[in-house]
Design a protein around this ligand. Sequence first.
Ligand code: NAP
Length: 156
Amino acid sequence: MLMMIFACDLNGVIGKNGDLPWRQSTDLQFFKKTTLGKTVVMGRKTWDSLPFPLPGRRNIVISRSNRDDVEVMSIEEVRGLAKTDDLFVIGGGEIYSIFIEESNVIYRTIIDSKIEDGDTFAPEINPEDFSLESEEIVKAGENDDFDMKFQKWIRN
Ligand SMILES: NC(=O)c1ccc[n+]([C@@H]2O[C@H](COP(=O)([O-])OP(=O)(O)OC[C@H]3O[C@@H](n4cnc5c(N)ncnc54)[C@H](OP(=O)(O)O)[C@@H]3O)[C@@H](O)[C@H]2O)c1
């Protein structure tokens, strides 16, 4: 099964200059809790933005080039693996847009901000395809730039 997890601002921005455009510790904790022990799938540019592999998770990178520092797969290989394993698609923009049609569950955090000059965007969640199962508003903690809203969407 494919699941997806991302954080976006009020305009759908998820990235800027190859990185996350906010400091949002509460969301990072949610991301860690949700994905720990699972397999995470990411595009090569998101992989390049990480200082090291995400610990406690099988890290798979989608790229057109092979590399020796991480497990690399094609889109088709990830589709094949999703038939037997639970996979979390963790970005970035190119990879979300490829897999949204095939995802069963989406965890979306809406960051209560409007980032200027964002260059990478979240996929649209079509309400004909997904239903909102839960939603929780959380005020910014001391290590968060903004308030946020945690949503869980399930395929209809
Ligand atoms: N807010 C969030 O939740 C969140 C989460 C993750 C990432 N981000 C942000 O998103 C940005 C990165 O996203 P991005 O869209 O620029 O890049 P990306 O989706 O992370 O990676 C793009 C790369 O994936 C590979 N790829 C794409 N389509 C492919 C295909 N059909 N077959 C094989 N490989 C394919 C290519 O790698 P090669 O060039 O190696 O072939 C491509 O350059 C960063 O700013 C990051 O911080 C935000």
